[in-house]
Design a protein. Structure first.
Length: 317
C-alpha cells in the first residue's frame, strides 16, 4: 500500500453546494474510512469507473466506508447543478456529492485527473490513490485493508456507457474540438478562431482526423454551428464513439449519425436508433456508435438539422 507520505486529507472546504447529503465536515468524517472520488459527468473514463465506486459504497457502507464524490467541471456547461443532479439520478448515485465549481477542493488535493480516487484511513491520512480507470481489484483490497475486513470482492459489470472499453481495439485517442486543446482538423480552406467560417468535408479523412461541413465557429473549448445543416466527421478506430454536446437553445436539435456514409444499423450507440436518428436536448456525453461484430476503422458523420449545436470532444471505447 502506498503510504502517500502520510499526507492528511484536506478539509472539503470551498464547495458550491452539497447534493444527496448534508455537508460533511471533519466531525462527520472522523473515524471513518473515506473514498474521495473526483469526477465530471461528461467524462467517459469516470462513467466506466462509476459502477465500481457505486458498488463499493453500497457493499462497505455498513463497515464504515464513506464515499464522497467531488464534481469538478471540465467544460463550462458542467457548472450547472441541474446537469449534475441528472447525472446523479441516471447513475443511481446514493453517496454524498460535493459541487466543486471553483476548483477549491481540486486545488487542495493538488489533483490533476478525472477520475481520481483518494483512499483515506480512519485517522484522516491518505493511504492510496488511483488516477484513471482500472486496478479495481487492488483498489477494493485497499478499502478492505483500511476497514479491517476480508471477504469476497464485489461483482461488477458495467452496461451501456458504463461498459468496460474494448481496450484491444481502442486506437483513437480523445479528440478535443476547441482550439485550446484541439488538433487534427482537416480543412482545405484553412480555419479561423472565434469567428464564423464555412467549411467543407474532404473526400477522405486520415486516421484519427476530423472535419467540418457548414458554418461553424471554432472557440477555445467548443465549436458552435451557426446555421442549419452542419456536420462533423471523424475517422476513428474503436468499438465505441461518443461526442460531448451541449446547446443554449430551448428547443431540441435533431441529428443523424452515419457510419461510412450509411445508417449505423446494429452498430448504433445508446443515444441514436438504427437509422442513426438522435436528439440533442441537454449538455452531456452522447454515445453515437457501438460497433457490432468486427471492430474496424470507420468514418463517423453527425449532421445537425438546426443551428446552435455545441460540440466539445470525441471520446472512444
Amino acid at each position: 500500500m502506498n503510504v502517500f507520505e502520510r499526507l492528511h486529507m484536506p478539509p472539503l472546504r470551498g464547495a458550491t453546494k452539497w447534493l444527496v447529503s448534508e455537508p460533511l465536515g471533519p466531525a462527520e468524517l472522523r473515524g471513518h474510512v473515506v473514498l474521495v472520488n473526483f469526477w465530471t459527468f461528461t467524462c467517459i473514463n469516470w462513467l466506466r469507473q462509476e459502477p465500481y465506486v457505486r458498488a463499493w459504497s453500497q457493499a462497505y457502507r455498513d463497515d464504515g466506508l464513506i464515499v464522497v464524490g467531488v464534481h469538478t467541471p471540465e467544460f463550462s456547461f458542467e457548472h450547472q447543478t441541474e446537469g449534475i443532479r441528472k447525472a446523479i439520478e441516471e447513475r443511481g448515485i446514493d453517496y454524498p456529492v460535493v459541487v466543486d465549481n471553483d476548483y477549491a477542493i481540486w486545488t487542495a488535493f493538488d489533483n490533476h485527473y478525472w477520475p481520481a480516487l483518494y483512499f483515506v484511513d480512519a485517522e484522516g491520512v491518505i493511504r492510496h490513490h488511483q488516477f484513471g480507470e482500472g486496478r479495481y481489484e487492488e483498489c477494493e483490497r485497499v478499502i478492505q485493508e483500511l476497514l479491517g475486513v476480508e471477504r469476497e470482492l464485489v461483482s461488477v459489470e458495467g452496461v451501456g456507457v458504463e461498459a468496460e472499453a474494448d481496450w484491444e481495439h481502442l486506437r483513437t485517442p480523445e479528440t478535443y474540438l476547441g482550439y485550446g486543446r484541439g488538433s487534427g482538423l482537416a480543412s482545405a480552406n484553412g480555419h479561423a478562431f472565434d469567428e464564423p467560417r464555412l467549411y467543407e468535408l474532404p473526400d477522405r479523412l486520415r486516421s484519427n482526423g476530423w472535419a467540418l461541413a457548414g458554418e461553424w465557429t471554432i472557440g477555445r473549448e467548443k465549436i458552435v454551428l451557426e446555421h442549419t445543416d452542419g456536420s462533423i466527421a471523424c475517422r476513428f478506430d474503436a468499438r465505441d464513439a461518443h461526442l460531448v454536446l451541449s446547446t443554449e437553445r430551448r428547443e431540441p436539435i435533431p441529428f443523424r449519425v452515419l457510419l461510412d456514409g450509411e445508417a449505423p444499423g446494429r452498430s448504433h450507440g445508446g443515444d441514436v436508433d438504427e437509422a442513426g436518428e438522435g436528439v440533442l436536448r441537454e449538455g452531456r456525453m452522447y454515445q453515437l456508435v457501438r460497433q457490432h461484430g468486427t471492430i474496424r476503422e470507420r468514418t463517423l458523420e453527425i449532421a445537425f438539422r438546426e443551428s446552435g449545436a455545441e460540440a466539445y470532444a470525441f471520446t472512444f471505447g
